[in-house]
Each structure stands twice: as structure tokens, then as C-alpha cells.
Design a protein around this ligand. Structure first.
Ligand code: NAD
Length: 508
């Protein structure tokens, strides 16, 4: 097995659920072979020309330049602040400027002393893993993050194969992105990198081949750049809008897509609450990650009367026992141009606590909506909740799973819990192909039915409760015994995928 500091790879660990479910349904060995490894693993490099930077001097270094006269720069936007404390130096800084420099150091009033660091070409590793396409074009998000790897993208691509099958949409699974810390680069550099990335992938993607979407640190703006690059110079470019989803509604995106993943998480939680006769009004919720998924799930739950009592992200944690004002928190994180890290840290409507204490906050529901592998054994021991709703992909480790099960904390697995995003991506794609525009009410009505129906089938498989209702039929999926809910979700995915191979046959 591939090693990660001597540990099992993410992929091998994630595939344990696949093999367990495949054994349970006595999957045809040929189908197992088709699904065991991705169809394609594309790894390539993209280069971008980076601009010069101003890097702050340490207090010791500053002492040597105390007598350096301040520089006067007229172009107010010539210095672009980055989240790591550096500034990108745009050439317009020199326009009508009065600059004094010594040993490459500048004194900028109100900002401090900086050394100029030369820009130049930089190379980044990029990935697109196409796991399986038996049910339709490859589909999956694009992540820009410093901690990505082939192992991680393989895992996330396979997750998409299972997720699109569970959501019953005609897509396969893929995932990709760039190994970069985007917080250290300017908007313009990220744009150039994105354009190069799509240029290199032009032959690999398309509305009927592979359809990227937003994931961690990518969003509608980046999808717009990708669409522009892919359709540039094409005669019938309007026919290619479906090459990416998660676009702005004004350029072919779907109403409801931005909130869709968070909305899907809430539909699952509503179903869980209905089954457990649990009132979500007044329910206490902790949320990890306050990006697209976490903030939307939190806002929707808060509007339903739940109390979001603590939120943790990459740079801080905020707590309010009586419940945070989620709308104000979202403004602080997403609408404040000075909040370069887009973090909850610094929010005045709550108290800062440690990440460790976050996991121990007394609540009913925990929503991990950040990165993978966050709920490990020790975190699972600390949690004081009844339910973990996995909004993130792969947030619970194998050990975490064991502890949660032993402590009878229930889980809504990621492949159904966060399937709302890809489901509305499919609606977006359909609208693009048909040149239609649906209302948000229509999108949400379809999404609610799709998520609740498939979640109900998964619960039936888990409880071995085969039944036919006016909405769905779980009889073909139950396996004659009770299984944990993660395995049940995989059973549903594999039975739907296997049907394609069994009915269509194999290509060779
Ligand atoms: P995002 O970039 O908008 O937000 C990520 C959030 O996670 C940020 O608040 C960030 O500060 C936080 N975070 C990062 N590292 C952290 C750490 N070490 N500890 C605590 N918090 C940390 O990303 P997103 O689109 O909201 O995606 C979040 C998760 O949901 C990911 O696992 C993603 O794969 C999954 N997901 C996203 C979508 C989608 O439509 N965007 C769909 C399905 C699943």
C-alpha cells in the first residue's frame, strides 16, 4: 500500500468502504476491477509570471533603515495586499511617485518597511483525475490548496463517482486542481494561472467529457475565467457554457447553485430530525469551515431557528453560547475586503476560543465543512453532539468513524450529505444545454425531493427496511441485513453503477 508517513494512503482507506459494500452486494469481479482505480490520472505543470513583491522587514532589520525617507506613491491601488502580509507591487506604483530605496528597501507611510522581492516565472503542479464515466461525463470540483496530492485527488474523484450515482444524475466522477496557497498570490496571478490550467486541459474537458466546478478556494469568478478560456474563439461558444458549473447566474449559472451544497446538507439534517422527532428550532450546532458550504448551511439553519454556537476555520474559532448572529458573521467573513483571509477571527459578536475547545462545545449537531481528516479518534472522543453531518468531503477518519459508532453518535455520510452541490450543478448543466433559466423555487423543489428521496433509500438500506412508497422504492437496494449508514450509501451507489456494466457490458 502507498505510504503517507507509514500510514495507509487516503485512497486505500477510503476504498475500504467500497470493498465492504462490493462484498455485500457480491459485485461482479469485472465491475470491481473497473472501479478500483481511476480511468485517467492527469498530472502536469502550469507556469505563471509572478509580479514583484514587497515583503515586510523583521523588527530587527527595520532598525537599520529607520532613517530611510518615506516614499510617496500616488497610485492608491499600486500595492495589492496579500493575506500573508506581503504586497504585490504593480507597475503603476511608479506613476508620479517619489520613491527612495536603499538596498532594495522602501519605507511606505502607514504600511512599514519592505524589501522588494523579484517576481518571475513560477511552476505549479496541477492535477485532473478522471475516475469513472460509465454513468455520464466526468464531474467534479477544482481545488486550489497547498496540501493537495495525487492520493487526495484520487480519493475525491472516486467520491464523485459514488456521489453522482447516489444523487441519480447522469455523471461520473472526477476531481482536480493546483498545488498552491492562493492566499499568497494576486487576483491577476490567479487569473493567469487559471487560464493556463484550462489551456492545458482543453482536450480533456467539455460539456460531454468532463465538467469542473468550484471546490476549496475556487468560486464562481474562477469558473467564469475557465469558461471564457475554454470557449474563447469557438464559433458556437454558447453551446459550450456547460463546460463548467457553479457559474454566476448572469452568465449561465443556476439560481440556487451557490447555496446548493449547504441547502442539501440542511435537507439531510431535516430528514434526520423528522425521523428522530427532533426539533431543529433551538437546536445547537457547531460548524467547522465558514466558506461556501459552511456559511450557507449555517445561514439556512439559523433562519430555521437553530443556534450556531461555535464556528471554526483555518485561522480562528468564535463561540457564543446563546448563538452567533450568522448573518453578521457572514458579512464579516465574505463582505469585508479587509478580511483577506476570509476568516471568522476578529468577529466581535462572539468570544475567541481554541480549536481544541471548539470540538468540545456542547451541541446537538456538528457540521464539518472544511477539509478532510478533521474528525480523527481523539476529536471523535471530544465531540458532545448527537449527529455529525458531513458537509466536507472525507472529514472523518476510519478511527474517527469507529469512535463515533462506539459512542452512538450518528453520521450523515458526505456522499449524500454534500450531494446538493453536484445535483444543482446538473440542473445548471441541463439549463445550459437547453438554453433555459429556472427559478430558485423550481431548483430547490427538485433538489429537496432528490436529496430527501435518496437519503431515505440510504436509511432504508441501513435499517434493512425494504419498502415501496409513492416517492421511492428501496427494495432493490436493501441487502438483507442492517449495515452502517456509510456502507449503505456505498451500496446504493454501487448498485446503480453496476447496473450500467451488467446491462451495457464491457468495452473490451
Ligand atoms: P471554501 O474554500 O469556500 O471554504 C473552506 C473553509 O474551510 C474556509 O472557511 C477555511 O478557512 C476552512 N478551513 C480550511 N482549512 C481548515 C482547517 N485546517 N481547519 C479549519 N478550517 C479550515 O470551500 P467550500 O467550497 O466551502 O468547501 C468546503 C468543503 O466542502 C470541502 O471539503 C469541499 O470538498 C466540500 N464540498 C464543497 C462543495 C461546493 O459546492 N463548494 C460541494 C461538495 C463538497
Amino acid at each position: 500500500m502507498a505510504g503517507r508517513n507509514g500510514k495507509t494512503s487516503f485512497y486505500d482507506e477510503a476504498m475500504e468502504t467500497f470493498h465492504r459494500a462490493a462484498d455485500l452486494i457480491k459485485m461482479d469481479p469485472r465491475v470491481r476491477m473497473e472501479l478500483e482505480e481511476p480511468d485517467f490520472e492527469h498530472i502536469f505543470y502550469v507556469t505563471v509570471e509572478t509580479r514583484d513583491r514587497l515583503v515586510p522587514l523583521s523588527p530587527d532589520e527595520q532598525a537599520k533603515f529607520r532613517d530611510l525617507p518615506a516614499s510617496d506613491v500616488k497610485a492608491a491601488d499600486a500595492f495589492e495586499p496579500l493575506a500573508n502580509g506581503n504586497y504585490v507591487l504593480h507597475r503603476r506604483a511608479l506613476l508620479k511617485a517619489d520613491i527612495t530605496m536603499r538596498s532594495g528597501v522602501m519605507n511606505i507611510p502607514g504600511k512599514g518597511f519592505f524589501r522588494i522581492e523579484k517576481g518571475g516565472p513560477k511552476k505549479f503542479k496541477a492535477y485532473r483525475i478522471q475516475h469513472n464515466q460509465v454513468r455520464g461525463p466526468y464531474k467534479g470540483g477544482i481545488r486550489y490548496h497547498k496540501d493537495v496530492s495525487l492520493d487526495l485527488f484520487k480519493t475525491l474523484a472516486a467520491d464523485m463517482t459514488w456521489k453522482t450515482a447516489i444523487a441519480e444524475i447522469p455523471f461520473g466522477g472526477a476531481k482536480g486542481g493546483i498545488k498552491i496557497d492562493p492566499f499568497n498570490y494576486s487576483k491577476e496571478e490567479i487569473e493567469h494561472l487559471t487560464l493556463r490550467f484550462i489551456y492545458k486541459m482543453k482536450g480533456l474537458i467539455g460539456p460531454y467529457i468532463d465538467i469542473p466546478a468550484p471546490d476549496v478556494n475556487t468560486n464562481g469568478e474562477i469558473m467564469a475565467m475557465m469558461m471564457r478560456q475554454f470557449t474563447d474563439g469557438e464559433r458556437e461558444h454558447h453551446r459550450l457554457r456547460g463546460v463548467v458549473t457553479g457559474k454566476d447566474v448572469r452568465i449561465g449559472g443556476s439560481e440556487g447553485r451557490v447555496r446548493a451544497t449547504g441547502q442539501g446538507v440542511v435537507y439531510c439534517i431535516e430528514e434526520w430530525a423528522r425521523e428522530h422527532k427532533f426539533d431543529l428550532k433551538g437546536a445547537r450546532v457547531i460548524v467547522q469551515g465558514f466558506g461556501n458550504v459552511g456559511s450557507n448551511a449555517a445561514e439556512i439553519l439559523a433562519a430555521m431557528g437553530a443556534k450556531i454556537v461555535a464556528v471554526n476555520d483555518a485561522f480562528g474559532t468564535i463561540h457564543a453560547d446563546a448563538g452567533l448572529d450568522v448573518h453578521a458573521l457572514a458579512q464579516h467573513v465574505h463582505q469585508n475586503p479587509k478580511n483577506l483571509k476570509k476568516t471568522v477571527a476578529g468577529f466581535t459578536g462572539g468570544t475567541a476560543i481554541s480549536k481544541d475547545d471548539f470540538w468540545g462545545v456542547e451541541a446537538d449537531i456538528c457540521i464539518p465543512a472544511a477539509l478532510g481528516e478533521e474528525i480523527d479518534g481523539p476529536v471523535a472522543e471530544r465531540l458532545k453532539v448527537r449527529l455529525v453531518a458531513e458537509a466536507a468531503n472525507g472529514p472523518t477518519t476510519r478511527e474517527g468513524d469507529r469512535v463515533l459508532a462506539a459512542r452512538k453518535i450518528e453520521v450523515i455520510p458526505d456522499i449524500i450529505c454534500n450531494a446538493g452541490g453536484v445535483t444543482v450543478s446538473y440542473y445548471e448543466w441541463l439549463q445550459n444545454q437547453r438554453l433555459e433559466h429556472w427559478s430558485e423555487a423550481e431548483v430547490n423543489a427538485r433538489l429537496e425531493q432528490a436529496i430527501k428521496k435518496n437519503y431515505a433509500i440510504i436509511r432504508d438500506i441501513s435499517l434493512n427496511r425494504p419498502q415501496r412508497t409513492p416517492l421511492y422504492d428501496s427494495r432493490p437496494y436493501c441487502v438483507g441485513q442492517q449495515v452502517d449508514v456509510r456502507t449503505a450509501a456505498m451500496v446504493l451507489a454501487l448498485k446503480r453503477i453496476e447496473a450500467h456494466y451488467l446491462l451495457e457490458g464491457f468495452s473490451q
